[in-house]
Design a protein around this ligand. Structure first.
Ligand code: TRP
Length: 73
């Protein structure tokens, strides 16, 4: 499968930001949830197990496609 090894960087801008990994394959479901407090960071990759990442809460997100902020009104 064509897959890059790029990392994505998530920096929480409030307490209780959730970073949720969703499965790759025929069913797409949550398989991992990580809670970040303000200013904590997570550096993550897409893997054979993880096809999508959902972020709940306010966080700065950097990817190869650019930088954006989640959780803004
Ligand atoms: N063990 C998981 C995996 O290899 C861990 C993981 C990778 C993950 N990327 C993630 C968890 C992104 C949450 C978000 O797929």
């Amino acid at each position: 499968m064509a897959q890059s090894n790029d990392y994505i960087v998530i920096k929480a801008e409030e307490n209780g930001v959730n970073v949720i990994g969703l499965t790759r394959g025929t069913d797409t479901r949550f398989h991992h949830s990580e809670k970040l407090d303000k200013n904590e960071m997570m550096i993550a990759q897409f893997t054979e197990h993880t096809s999508a990442i959902k972020i709940r809460g306010r966080a700065k997100v950097q990817t190869a496609h650019g930088e954006m902020t989640s959780g803004e009104d």
